[in-house]
Write a protein that binds this ligand. Structure first.
Ligand SMILES: Cc1cc2nc3c(=O)[nH]c(=O)nc-3n(C[C@H](O)[C@H](O)[C@H](O)COP(=O)(O)OP(=O)(O)OC[C@H]3O[C@@H](n4cnc5c(N)ncnc54)[C@H](O)[C@@H]3O)c2cc1C
Length: 416
């Protein structure tokens, strides 16, 4: 029997992961990537659950040689009221595996080595032929496929075919994302020492910043085990009329403890990119022969640290359903059942986190360990998430269960 033919639109994290999934399930896969250039410099830090990392190594999606910078603790900081020194509010167990976006992409791309990967090939439309197959059109012509995976990112045109009226909902704040070579904050040994073992959340009125170390890439002095970049994501609002990009430096100067403001300043303007924050979720992520993966299926606010995680879990699910269901349409329906629910759950969680951590921030300096723990349990409202270790207490797995829906009966009562 001829192999199943899968066409993938987009060759980034979700597209490469879907390509690995398809080829591992025995399909003949072609990836169409609009960009002519290598994608490796597009991103900064990506955090994934250690359990998912282990699963991806075990199943051959990622190479064990891909460097990571695992840490086991989350530290909550704020600025001492009336001063510029730092105050530690709380520590929580939070094992995470920070990755360099570019190295993650390269590892997935290498694992998808056997598939046809066509660079500089924008897909201009997706239609149907007379026998119900999907047809991908590019400048080169038309190609029929049994399955088309839309992995074309947050502004996905493939999503519009499945959910024509859906528009991303903007959040009322932005995120500045950066990656600073470790030479820049070298004058801050205490902060670097902390980051060797922990990832940091720094609360300020109207937002927060996340700081963590990631492996350096080939252009940042090499991928050797000791080479690290300091990655950050700072969430807040630029005042009316301010130019949003450079504003992160003023924000850090005004609200951060001096040492952390200095780190952001040393990164310089080139280290920071300002992104709008939005979310969107397709009401159903597959309608045979079309299927959505990664940000094309749904975009969650980055507080959940799950955009790439979700893309990787989408791929694992795709491989499983293709292997288990002899009928392709039935496989895609199963994928839709599982992945639509997971995506919707993450969008909802991201909104709740955004409200708590940016839109209605607590009075940080009045909080200590007990207050941070209780407040964050309230935000999670019983939801299991890999960044928070609560599930350990019940002996349940964390990590790749990050997109599981809330367990009944663990909501408001868990907050007390
Ligand atoms: C501040 C911030 C922090 C984040 N932190 C984390 C984190 O810690 N953990 C995590 O898991 N996620 C995180 N994310 C999310 C993560 O970066 C994204 O979810 C992920 O990179 C999306 O991958 P993707 O492949 O779905 O989309 P993209 O990377 O956007 O790729 C889409 C691809 O499709 C191609 N394309 C588009 N249209 C066409 C076309 N017509 N034809 C051919 N190709 C096309 C594009 O060129 C592109 O290469 C974060 C995001 C932000 C903004």
């Amino acid at each position: 029997m001829a192999a199943l033919r899968i066409g993938v639109i987009g060759g980034s994290i979700a597209g490469c992961a879907a390509a690995v999934a398809g080829s591992r399930a025995g399909a003949d896969v072609t990836v169409y990537e609009r960009s002519q250039a290598e994608l490796q410099d597009r991103g900064f830090g990506i955090v994934i659950p250690p359990q998912l990392h282990a699963e991806l190594l075990g199943s051959g999606y990622l190479d064990a040689a891909m460097p990571t910078a695992p840490v086991g603790t989350r530290v909550w900081l704020t600025r001492q009221p009336g001063g510029r020194s730092v105050r530690e509010l709380a520590r929580q167990p939070s094992p995470v595996t920070p990755c360099n976006w570019g190295l993650l992409w390269r590892s997935l791309r290498a694992s998808a080595g056997a598939v046809r990967y066509l660079r500089g090939q924008p897909v201009t439309s997706v239609g149907r032929d007379g026998v119900g197959r999907a047809v991908i059109t590019t400048a080169r012509g038309e190609e029929p496929y049994d399955v088309v995976v839309g992995a074309d990112g947050h502004a996905s045109a493939t999503r519009r075919l499945l959910a024509p009226g859906l528009r991303p909902e903007p959040a009322p704040y932005t995120v500045w994302r950066g990656a600073i070579p470790l030479g820049a904050p070298a004058g801050r040994p205490r902060e670097l020492e902390l980051l060797r073992d922990a990832w940091v959340t720094l609360g300020f009125p109207g937002g927060h910043g996340i700081f963590y170390l990631i492996p350096g890439g080939p252009r940042d002095g090499g991928t050797g085990p000791g080479n690290r970049l300091l990655a950050y994501a700072i969430y807040g609002r630029a005042p009316e009329g301010a130019e949003p990009g450079p504003y992160v430096h003023e924000l850090a100067k005004e609200h951060f403890p001096a040492a952390w403001a200095d780190i952001v300043a040393r990164g310089g303007r080139r280290a920071a990119v300002c992104h709008p924050v939005a979310d969107a979720q397709a009401p159903r992520v597959a309608r045979p022969p079309l299927l959505l993966a990664g940000d094309a299926a749904g975009v969650t606010r980055p507080h959940t640290a799950t955009g790439a995680v979700k893309a990787l879990q989408d791929a694992l699910c795709l491989e499983r359903v293709l292997r288990e269901e002899p009928d392709v349409s039935a496989a895609l329906e199963r994928y839709a059942d599982e992945r639509t629910a997971a995506g919707a759950h993450l969008v909802e969680l991201g909104r709740r986190m955004g409200r708590a951590l940016v839109e209605e921030t607590p009075d940080w300096p009045t909080m200590g360990q007990g207050e941070v723990d209780a407040w964050y349990r309230g935000v999670l409202a019983g939801t299991r998430h890999y960044l928070y270790e609560e599930a350990r207490e019940t002996g349940e797995p964390v990590g790749s269960a990050s997109s599981a829906p809330p367990r009944p009966g663990t909501g408001a009562s868990a907050v007390r």
